[in-house]
Ligand binder design. Structure first.
Ligand code: SD4
Length: 329
């Protein structure tokens, strides 16, 4: 019986398809990269101070020999489940109509992707995203269909809108006259990218989105290439901040492409931010922060404004850092 590899090669040749051959080559290249990287510490990089607890969980899994994909998923799940988090998971602030709608995505060591948008009542949207990646031929499910898929796969419905979130929403309605504002402040997404010591890459990103967003609004966080991107041959990037600005420049994909061309990770984050700056006449109050991780283990961060912190874990060390920024305030 022909081996799978031989079968793939024969299929590619028989079809005369450059595409099939390229897909096969890419798999080989990923395996070679993983093998050729010299062993060193695992690296986990994530957004904001709650990233520290996510990183710790991810690192615990990596250190005990677990799979990188499990590490990134379980890491961000810590923040999704945190009752104190008002910007990730079901305890997050609702949209302007009072609905908590969640966005999340995940990418694995081979660059496969899963994503869920506008998901209600499910505590761990990132796990739904993973299941979409692993169990369906699709990348992204949204809204009611995503919820049905989750329930069909054993997820349980849980109430959103915590008393704290309801209070903030009621106060916001009085203050703003019910107008959505695309400004920073009431939101922090967890984007987590990681490299295992054997040179593999994966990432996850999850959020309740901008507080008091328009009903139905989806941000950058679940958009593959905007809120998260992983190319196993190059590197990974993730974003936080006002998603509309990240989507317009395909932020995370842009950073990975820059790294592919040899731009160091921190410089790649800055170059992506410059694209945002030249595209927008007004950026008052808008915050965007990027993190990048090269497959060699080099990493970088940059934000439009002060205040963006990121958690860096290398082996057993966990630190919170302030990202460099473009504008003083
Ligand atoms: C969004 N990017 O929905 C998310 C929000 C966020 O830090 O990242 N806040 O636009």
């Amino acid at each position: 019986m022909p081996s799978r590899r031989k079968f793939l090669r024969q299929t590619a040749l028989a079809a005369g398809s450059g595409l099939l051959a390229a897909a096969w080559d890419a798999k080989q290249a990923i395996a070679q990269v993983a093998q050729s990287t010299s062993p060193q510490d695992h690296i986990v990089l994530s957004t904001w101070d709650f990233g520290l607890k996510a990183n710790r969980k991810a690192m615990e899994i990596l250190m005990s020999g677990g799979r990188l994909l499990d590490a990134v998923e379980e890491g961000v799940k810590v923040v999704e489940a945190d009752p104190q988090s008002t910007s990730v998971g079901l305890n997050g602030y609702p949209d302007r109509d009072g609905y908590v709608t969640l966005d999340a995505c995940i990418m694995d060591e081979e660059g496969n992707a899963g994503s869920v948008t506008y998901l209600q009542y499910i505590e761990h949207p990132v796990s739904v995203a993973r299941l979409i990646m692993e169990k369906t031929p699709h990348v992204m499910l949204s809204g009611r269909g995503a919820l049905r898929f989750a329930l069909d796969h054993g997820f349980k419905m849980k109430k959103g809108l915590s008393p704290q979130a309801r209070e903030a929403w009621e106060a916001w309605k009085k203050k703003t006259g019910y107008v959505p504002r695309p400004v920073s402040g009431d939101h922090d997404t967890i984007g987590l990218i990681a490299r295992s010591a054997d040179g593999k890459l994966a990432g996850a990103c999850t959020t309740s989105g901008l507080a008091f967003k328009m009903h139905g609004r989806v941000g950058d966080s679940p958009i593959i290439g905007a809120g998260l991107y992983v190319d196993p041959l190059v590197g990974a990037a993730t974003a936080t901040g006002v998603g509309e600005y990240v989507i317009r420049i395909c932020g995370s994909h842009t950073i990975v492409e820059l790294m592919r061309q040899g731009v160091p990770p921190q410089q790649a984050c800055l170059e992506a931010l410059k694209r945002i700056v030249v595209r927008h006449k007004k950026l008052d109050n808008v915050q965007v922060g990027f993190l990048a991780l090269h497959r060699t283990g080099a990493y970088g961060a940059y934000a439009l404004r002060p205040g963006f912190q990121y958690a860096l874990s290398v082996g057993a060390s966990h630190e919170l850092h302030a990202a460099p920024f473009m504008f003083d305030e």
